[in-house]
Structure formats: structure tokens, C-alpha cells
Design a protein around this ligand. Structure first.
Ligand code: F6P
Length: 559
């Protein structure tokens, strides 16, 4: 087996769920529960809660997870190790300068650890009980929203008790934000797990500036409309002052959802959110007049394509020990002419089966021949207790087995499959070892692996095969762009990438490197936060201009 140094997956939530609670309300209790279909589409606050006192942090990030992983120290005691994600790399300097706080889940069920400081950041844990991990994280986040927002590649499930858990956990995050944020602070909420948090924070703390960034796609309205709680989600997000999305298409989909699901008016990239909600059952003209006669806020929805720590990756790739490791990997693979590489979370959105099918056919038709061509597929463990992920693992492993069974010689399988996660250094060595990188998602908000590969190719060699259904395809136009559903097209692109002339490969790689060097994650964060800073702090009383686009929701659209 290929001697690649793996580390344990980042989160240990693979054990069986227990009914042990994390000091939180039990998953199916009525405490703080919210009617599944609230009239105005807003999620009501629990009664009688005293308004929180301002906290001490001028910059507060709320994300699903903390930027640290819990590991076990030598004495068996839990230890926290920084997880070197792009988001934390970008935000750490800002957090340090602003005395920032980061609110997130430590990644396993049970009592949250007490707040602690690391690398100049104040980390505040939100605890999830085992039942909430099941209903909120595995359920509503990853078996309802995740498939719904990724074009229903697998059918989303809609369960009212999962929604209740989503509301309850979002409220817990919002309360933590409200307790940490200083007067007038900037709050940045991240992703699909926390879409109600902006609205809930605004109810608790109207003095703060609120941004939200969606890291995954925002679906077209015909798909989004399936969600029984679409109006609550739209209104939750509209608690923010600025809504960031990966692609312009995502922002446009959200603007349309604001009109169709919430009956609001939009103008360009702005949604007009009146202070007093207008009833759904009035006619178009009356609605427009009512909306113009009330004060309100304009919320901007726009694209801010995320990126990576380009220079950080580039520096790792230049280290002699990483380059030596890349050589070692090629030697361990049997010194093939062409190393192809796939690196993904083991997720059905990533198009791993499409890629394997195309590769199997390329081998079968003799366009590439093992042992001269070898595919390394890293599939890091993810959401392992969610049904569709379990099934996908079986299918991927069955397919790898079939390809190896058909084409392997003793000691040289055409696919090296690694169900593990690796540190950045090992990833950089793999990127350096790969002649062709295969990134073939069926739908992906951005896909940072594609950008990481480009960042590591400092000598302008290597080729990227990239799905048009990734956010990265908008920027990395030097890639061999494919529709992964078109297996013949995918096969052709794999062969073209593997046989491109050095001059063509260099020209393509240079243009992609220019782009990822210009738009790195620090630039992304800076651009977003500047845009958020430009939002007026106080609600505007100015009515929307006349030409606001407006779509009246039909009775069944307005739920
Ligand atoms: O944006 C998608 C995302 O939430 C990433 O932030 C994260 O790396 C990935 O999906 C996996 O998420 P999780 O392991 O928390 O389910």
C-alpha cells in the first residue's frame, strides 16, 4: 500500500448517538420550540428573555465549527489543536487586531468546554447534545439543507423535529453572539448551518453590524421552494446587512427567493426589508404601497468568491522536504508517466463515481494504460452516520475494487484509494506529485482543492480537469472545463489534460496561478468586510425606489 502518512479524521462524531444532553434543551422538548409554520415567516423569540448585556469583542465570528480540533494528549486528556483551514488563516490577523471571538461547535456531542483563548482569539463553544447532533447536524443541516442546496442530487428529507432542532441550535449560537459582541461590533455569521442566526441576533442586538456568507450554492427557486420553512430561512438571512454568496447565480437565486417566498421587493442586488411585515393576502399594488409606507432596511446580496491561503500553500510546496516527499510518492506509485489525483471529502456532491467511471473507460479503451497511468483518490471521511454517505462509501469502494480487479498487475493497481485525511504538508506533496488533478463535482459552492492544486504548482506545470458546476470554474478558466455528467466529454478532457503539450499546460497554469495569487483568502475577507463596513449602521427610513422588482407570492408560495 502507498506509504502516505494519514491522520485521524478531524471530528469524532461517528459513535452511536446517545440520549445524553449537553446541558441543552432535549431534542424533542417543547422548551423554546417554534411552530413549524409561523405566520409572518419570522422565527419568534422565546418569551421573557432579558436583553443581553453587550460583550467585549468588536469582531465576532459564528461558524458551525470552532477553528480547532479536539485531540487526545499523551496522558489521554483532551487537547485542542488549531485546524489550519483557510477561513481561520484569513481571519486570525483580523481577530487578533480586533480582539475577536469565534463561536462554534467543538465537533463532538456533550458538554461544551469553557471558553478559552488561543492564537489571540477567544473561542466560545456551543454544545450540541447527541440528539441535536442527530437532528440538527446530521438531520436538518446534512440530510435536508445540504442535498436541497446541491440540486437534490439525493432527495432531501423534511422532518419537523429536525427543523425544531435547527431553530433551537441557531438560537443558542445567536445568544452566544449577543453575549460576546461589544456595542456596535461587527458580527460575521457563516454558512447554511446558521441561516437563522442573523435575524435572531438582530432581535437581540440591533446595534451590531451583521454579515452572513453562504459557502455552498444557493439553489434555484424551483428547488428551494420545496423547503417547508423557506420563508423563515429567507427572513432569517435577511436579518443581516450584507449577504455574501460564492457566485453571482447564487445571489440572484436568493434575491428571487426573497421575492417569491417572502413577497419582498428587490432592486438590483438589494432586498427591501420593511420594519412592519406586510400581510401575504393583499394585492400587488396594495402590497407595494404598504411596503413603501413603512421604514425598513436595504439588504445587499452579492458574490464574494472565497479563496485559499495561496502563499501559505506555495511556501509549503517549495520546502525541500515536501518536494522530497512528492518524489517518494511517485516512486511508491511505481514511477508512472502520469499520476492523476482526486482529493475530496467522501460526499455525493463531489462526482467521485462519475470520475471513476470515466477513468475506468479510459483504461478500458487503452487511451491511458496502467502501470504508466495511476490514479490516487483521497476520499476523506465525512458525515459517516448519514445514510447517503454510508451508501456512497460502499459504491465508491466497490467501483475502485472493480477497476483494480480488471486492470491491476501484481503490485501496481491503477487506483490507489485512501479513505483518510492528511495534513497540509502531505496534501502539498500529493499536489506536487500529480500531473493531472481531477475535480469533478456535480455541484460545489467553490471547491478549494482546485485552488490548492494551482497554488502548489509553482513551476507552472500540471493540468486541472474542473467541473463547470463548481464556483472555481468561474475563475480558473485555464482548466479543462467539463460537465461531469457527460462521461464521454469527461474521458476526452482527462486524456487531453494528460497529453497536453508542456507549452499548453504552462499557458493554462499561468493564468490560473495569476488568479489565485490575486484573489487569496485574505483578499476575499478584506473585500467582504469592507463591503459590510459600508452598510449604514442605522436602519434606513428611505422607501425603496419605484423600480423595485416585486413578485407576489401565491398562497402556497408564501408559507
Ligand atoms: O461549507 C461546507 C462545509 O460546511 C465546510 O465548511 C466544511 O469543511 C465541510 O462542509 C464539511 O463540514 P462538516 O464536517 O462540518 O459537516
Amino acid at each position: 500500500m502507498l506509504p502516505i502518512r494519514g491522520v485521524a479524521g478531524r471530528v469524532d462524531n461517528s459513535g452511536p448517538p446517545t440520549d445524553q444532553d449537553a446541558g441543552a434543551a432535549p431534542a424533542h422538548s417543547d422548551a423554546g420550540a417554534v411552530p413549524a409554520h409561523s405566520e409572518a415567516g419570522a422565527v419568534p423569540a422565546p418569551n421573557g428573555a432579558a436583553p443581553p448585556q453587550p460583550g467585549q469583542h468588536n469582531f465576532v465570528v459564528a461558524a458551525s465549527r470552532l477553528p480547532v480540533d479536539r485531540t487526545e494528549g499523551p496522558d489521554g486528556e483532551p487537547e485542542w489543536r488549531a485546524s489550519p483551514g483557510g477561513l481561520v488563516t484569513a481571519l486570525e490577523p483580523i481577530m487578533r487586531a480586533a480582539g475577536g471571538a469565534w463561536i462554534g461547535w467543538p465537533g463532538s456531542p456533550g458538554d461544551p468546554p469553557a471558553p478559552f483563548d488561543t492564537n489571540g482569539m477567544h473561542l466560545v463553544s456551543v454544545g450540541l447534545s447527541a440528539a441535536e447532533v442527530r437532528d440538527y447536524y446530521e438531520g436538518f443541516c446534512n440530510a435536508t439543507l445540504w442535498p436541497l442546496y446541491h440540486d437534490v442530487i439525493v432527495p432531501p428529507e423534511f422532518h419537523r423535529e429536525w427543523w425544531d432542532a435547527y431553530v433551537r441550535v441557531n438560537r443558542r449560537y445567536a445568544e452566544a453572539v449577543a453575549a460576546e459582541a461589544a456595542e456596535g461590533a461587527t458580527v460575521w455569521v457563516h454558512d447554511y448551518q446558521l441561516q437563522l442566526v442573523p435575524g435572531m441576533v438582530r432581535e437581540l442586538r440591533s446595534d451590531v453590524r451583521i454579515g452572513h456568507f453562504t459557502h455552498i450554492p444557493f439553489p434555484g427557486y424551483e428547488i428551494f421552494a420545496q423547503l417547508p420553512w423557506r420563508k423563515q430561512i429567507v427572513r432569517g438571512l435577511l436579518g443581516a446587512d450584507l449577504l455574501g454568496f460564492q457566485r453571482q447565480g447564487d445571489a440572484t437565486n436568493f434575491l428571487r427567493a426573497s421575492r417569491r417566498a417572502a413577497g419582498l421587493t428587490t432592486h438590483g442586488s438589494y432586498v427591501w426589508v420593511p420594519d412592519t411585515p406586510v400581510a401575504d393576502d393583499v394585492g400587488r399594488r396594495q402590497r407595494r404601497t404598504a411596503q413603501r409606507n413603512t421604514g425598513g432596511r436595504s439588504v445587499r446580496a452579492a458574490a464574494f468568491p472565497i479563496s485559499i491561503d495561496t502563499r501559505g500553500f506555495g511556501e509549503i510546496a517549495l520546502r525541500p522536504e515536501v518536494q522530497a516527499r512528492a518524489q517518494e510518492i511517485r516512486e511508491a506509485l511505481g514511477k508512472p508517466e502520469t499520476v492523476l489525483l482526486g482529493v475530496d471529502r467522501l460526499d455525493y456532491t463531489k462526482g467521485i463515481l462519475h470520475r471513476l467511471k470515466a477513468y475506468g473507460e479510459v483504461l478500458n479503451e487503452g487511451h491511458l494504460e496502467p502501470p504508466g497511468a495511476v490514479l490516487v483518490q483521497v476520499a476523506s471521511p465525512s458525515r459517516e452516520r448519514v445514510d447517503h454517505y454510508k451508501r456512497l462509501r460502499d459504491e465508491v469502494e466497490g467501483t475502485v475494487g472493480r477497476i483494480n480487479g480488471d486492470f491491476a498487475e501484481v503490485g501496481s493497481p491503477p487506483v490507489h484509494y485512501l479513505h483518510q485525511s492528511y495534513p497540509r504538508e502531505e496534501m502539498a506533496a500529493l499536489y506536487l506529485a500529480a500531473d493531472v488533478m481531477l475535480v469533478t463535482p456535480l455541484r460545489d459552492g467553490m471547491n478549494l482543492v482546485a485552488k490548492e492544486y494551482v497554488a502548489c504548482r509553482y513551476d507552472d506545470t500540471g493540468a486541472l480537469v474542473l467541473s463547470e458546476f463548481t464556483g472555481a470554474a468561474d475563475e480558473l478558466t485555464g482548466a479543462f472545463i467539463v460537465n461531469p455528467h457527460d462521461i464521454d466529454g469527461l474521458k476526452e478532457a482527462i486524456v487531453r489534460a494528460a497529453t497536453a503539450s508542456p507549452a499548453e499546460a504552462r499557458r493554462r497554469m499561468r493564468s490560473m496561478r495569476r488568479r489565485v495569487l490575486e484573489n487569496d483568502v485574505a483578499h476575499w475577507a478584506d473585500t467582504y468586510l469592507r463591503a459590510l463596513d459600508q452598510v449604514p449602521v442605522h436602519p434606513s427610513a428611505t422607501p425603496p425606489p419605484e423600480d423595485h422588482v416585486h413578485e407576489v407570492p401565491s398562497a402556497n408560495q408564501a408559507s
